[in-house]
Write a protein that binds this ligand. Sequence first.
Ligand code: C2E
Ligand code: MG
Ligand code: MG
Ligand code: MG
Length: 286
Amino acid sequence: KNDSRGTFSFFEAEMDARAQSRRKIEIDLREAIQGDMLRPYYQPLVDLSTGRITGFEALVRWPHPERGMISPAEFIPVAEETGLINALGGQMLHRACTDAARWPDDVRVAVNLSPLQFRTGNLLSLVMEALKQSGLPARRLELEITETLLLEKSSQVLATLHALRALGVRISMDDFGTGYSSLSYLRSFPFDKIKIDQSFVRDLGTNREAQAIVRAIISLGAGLGVTITAEGVETESELSCLRAEGCQEGQGFLFSRARPNAEIVGLLQAQSGADSAAPEDTAKAA
Ligand code: C2E
Ligand code: MG
Ligand code: MG
Ligand code: MG
């Protein structure tokens, strides 16, 4: 009896500590948002046939005064539980559009949206406002959503997605393959891009099932006329496997981690410098 009571109070203490740490994150996050401390870092999206950067995904970074950089995996869930995600998402969208407006005209920016941002009812005007204020053409903005958004089969959500697309914004399905019934969602909305979740890419070399799934998603993309992007490309062998399967685009530590905006223009200049220095024939193979 003593043992089980001991275990129970240990469990309670654990729960308490977790609740407290979430509270602390909530308080600090609220302050960080108010103080405009959050920043998007940008991770390249690479055309696998040419090796060129076609765009960047904006990933929120929080430089915490005491704890250093905190991972979004830790604070996005808290932001969603507390409703702070709307302010956070709005700031990221504005900043990403403003940063991207200064990049070359053929480079896109991809911004992640939380399902909760669709519930506020003003997502469309938020996006229009961000485009207008930054001067970024709509065709250079990609919005990434996950399958959870489409789970409810809400007509309001679909209407918003169609309205966004009518602006010229591209809509991507993120983390494809990790949700419940991925395939049915592809019928409900004409996505511009599907991002294969990194869990499939990670197992490419060692797992025949993962390889078969990746192959199937790529051929699905070809059939639907949708761009396929592989997330989490870390090794040369994953890259050559994806190339062999005809995957169009990749993203991952092999190419680059997410970097601050200050480094992006230099990165793109290095790319165009390399272009003019090297003969073009190898790049034009596809
Ligand atoms: P995501 O949208 O699927 O973003 C890709 C995540 O994979 C990023 O993690 C990125 O750093 C990581 N990643 C990229 N390449 C590799 C690789 O080669 N190996 C491995 N192991 N990981 C790689 P990050 O930045 O920690 O973000 C995690 C998630 O947090 C994102 O997943 C997204 O769901 C969410 N998130 C990030 N920024 C925002 C935001 O501004 N708004 C919202 N709503 N969610 C965001
Ligand atoms: Mg994403
Ligand atoms: Mg993803
Ligand atoms: Mg993810």
